[in-house]
Design a protein around this ligand. Sequence first.
Ligand code: NI
Length: 227
Amino acid sequence: MLICIPDVLSKNDVADFRRIMAAEPWEDGRSTAGAQSAEVKNNGQLPPDGKTSRQLGERILRALAANTLFLSAAVPLHIFPPLFNRYVPGQFFGEHVDNCIRGDHLTGLRIRTDLSVTLFLSEPDEYDGGELVVNDYYGSHRVKLPAGHLVIYPSTSLHLVTPITRGARICSFFWLQSMIKDPLARRMTFDMDNAIQGLVHRLGRNDPEVRKLTNVYHNIVRYWAEV
Ligand code: NI
């Protein structure tokens, strides 16, 4: 299941990120790739341990912590420090698998990658190609979002980025471990939360049935969550 979250970063934030990144060196993206993905990866990355990556990453994490749609969809336990990549003409990332476990040697954080996230920092009209293609049991999904929006997709999927033919595609990408490991359970809690939010809008938060459903929602998350 793919979930798109709009307006995680404002256009002003995106412009500020882009201004800061423009002054940085880009290194070979294979520095963070696993054995399989390194053979099909051709892009540039900001040095993952550099001050700029870490500071911009912190800003993204703060934005995510305040984004109720993201929190409801992902129910994150641990979020890997965000990385930043750039594709220019001729660059691409062939079909690959994301490593199941990722460790960050600076913080000691080690996570199971349940969900992969791409946060777009270029507008779609700034480049041609560069679509994220996620292949899952339901088919092949192509994603290209406005700057400041992100997509969450299962780390269990094979996925790729199509070759760039014009401009530059700049994104942040990262992984997270969800408190709800089971994808179906996570999907059901997200659907239920969405339905409750719709009822809250129509009936108010303290309608008796809304209150009961809210209680059930919290009990379901309590039942499934591992923290
Ligand atoms: Ni990947």
